[in-house]
Design a protein around this ligand. Structure first.
Ligand code: FMN
Length: 185
């Protein structure tokens, strides 16, 4: 697939299945992410691969963090079971993290944008290799307990979870009118 075609036709894929992306396919995604634009070459990125049993631990973390947001610190069995299942929606999950560096000329926002750009590059690289992927955050993504549970340090911020796998069902690329978004100033 040529680059323009990959860029124009990527869509998010909700319904993903096994087998997991190969090591080579994941490596290609990371290499794409590492080509994100990056002011002063700070490389403000870290990627956590969550596969196999680690998905069970992520589900438990999600449930534990969600429980801290309830008035009694508990979840119903049904709510807990729902959260435990979430990471099993894909064989691989990549947590994209902004690893914020102190720099007099590069504020945090620029480094967060760079990490977001890395995530998008990885999404396109997944698509270009015939994989399906969806970028998810969810209400717990900004919770400090989620960051702690993932082992992130104070200067690291979670940008999103990329769910990656084989395409079970896809959708059509929606038509958008370019002129609606472009003006000559
Ligand atoms: C930062 C960010 C967080 C997102 N979080 C979620 C999410 O938690 N759940 C979800 O269904 N979609 C989420 N989305 C949207 C999907 O990734 C996707 O972009 C959207 O469904 C549109 O589909 P498309 O990429 O095929 O246009 C998020 C997107 C971004 C950029």
């Amino acid at each position: 697939m040529d680059a323009i075609s990959a860029l124009h036709n990527r869509v998010s894929v909700n319904l993903l299945s096994e087998p997991a992306a190969t090591k080579e396919q994941l490596q290609n995604m990371f290499k794409a992410g590492l080509r994100a634009c990056d002011h002063k070459s700070l490389k403000p990125w870290k990627f956590l691969v969550i596969e196999g049993d680690a998905r069970r631990r992520l589900g438990e973390l999600m449930a534990d963090v969600k429980a801290t947001t309830t008035s009694d610190g508990k979840l119903s069995d049904e709510e807990r079971a729902k959260l435990l299942k979430k990471p099993f929606r894909a064989p691989s999950i990549i947590a994209v993290v902004a690893d914020i560096k102190e720099h007099e000329k590069v504020p945090e926002i620029e480094q967060l944008l760079s990490a977001g750009a890395a995530a998008q590059m990885m999404m396109t690289a997944a698509h270009a290799q015939g994989l399906g992927a969806i970028w998810r955050s969810g209400s717990l993504m900004f919770a400090p307990q989620m960051h702690k549970g993932l082992g992130l340090s104070e200067n690291q911020k979670l940008v999103g979870f990329l769910y990656v796998g084989q395409i079970k069902a896809s959708k059509k690329v929606p038509h958008v009118n370019v002129d609606d978004f472009v003006e000559h100033w």
